[in-house]
Design a protein around this ligand. Sequence first.
Ligand code: PLP
Length: 403
Amino acid sequence: MPGFEVFGEEERKQVNDVLESGVLMRYGFDNMRNGHWKAKEFEAAFAKRMDSTYCQLVSSGTSALTVSLAAAGIGAGDEVIMPTFTFVASFESIMMLGAVPVLVDIDDTLTLDPAAVEAAITSRTRCVMPVHMCGSMADLKALKSICDAHDLLLIEDACQAIGGTFEGKPLGSYGDLGCFSFDYVKTITCGEGGGIITNNKEYAIRCDQYQDHGHDHIGNDRGAEKHPHLGYNFRISELNAAVGIAQLAKIDDILALQKKNYTIMREALTELDGVTFRRVPEGGVENYSFLNFFLPSEDLAQKAHKALAQAGVDACFYWYENHWHYINSWEHLRDLNSLGRLPAEIRDQIQDLSNADFSKSDAWMSRAISSLVKIGWTDDQVRERALKMKEVLSEILKTVYTL
Ligand SMILES: *Cc1c(COP(=O)(O)O)cnc(C)c1O
């Protein structure tokens, strides 16, 4: 996820446009800003690229999730179904609103298992929030039919899979709302930033208002604007939006390079008995930001992860033991270790995460390794990397697959 790898002249030029006028805010100051509306410009370009009617930029991917949930009317005590394998932002954004995260198992797609989602639905469930982790997607068709049958919202977290598609639609545009992160390590970056896409005008208006203290943004006197409902400040600055405009122009080149480098690594590992790949749901196309594969057992996956690092193959992740991406290491969530008192709805309703059975997730996560796909690698470098990965893994697998 290499936006930072391609930061260059184009980004500097966009930022300089903003620095020249000094109007760092996305609203107002019409006669001082030399006609530059960077946030607005990004929103129009992003909505177009994502085949969506509306885009709302915000300050982060996490706030994109919160603003989406708020815009859809999710509040205290409402249950939102999310996966065990994701980034902590999933439950943070839900709990921010007093809503209750309900964690359910993932399957061999490394995303929400539709059967587990269906089993977790209660009378309080309002929303299903799949997370398209590591460049590939949840089974959106199955999830959408569950959501339709139970009258639930579908909010996609596409922060790690921008540019991937499902049934020909850009990820993020399939559900009711789709969320993206433009933080510094994502496929395209604003430094910090996030985006929401939707085709629903009502949600779009509410996103626009909620992320700016409830401002209705009608007229051209900010101080005189009305506030139809309570809001918050999740605005992006013009400086960050400016970076994003330049990055967005590079997205298709980035995706093409990711696909090329991913394919070289995948072809090398395909030849190995014992290595299998993460399942991509039918109708899905990855964005190729990671190559995700399974070893036959937890023990072998741990050994492989260590051996890859020792052999100098960098940027391989074993998420099962990672602090930020899997339930196993979220003791702060399990213990509800918050700085202040949490809303009663969360304390009363949250599942007993210390004793919940996530053995189905464990079975996949304990065997999964992900290699980041960088775009700065030369052809020779990626071929050498692929060869080294193959050597290291075949050495590890020898212990089970003896000739
Ligand atoms: C990065 C990320 C987020 C949060 O984005 P920030 O911009 O860092 O707040 C949310 N979900 C997933 C899956 C992410 O990878």
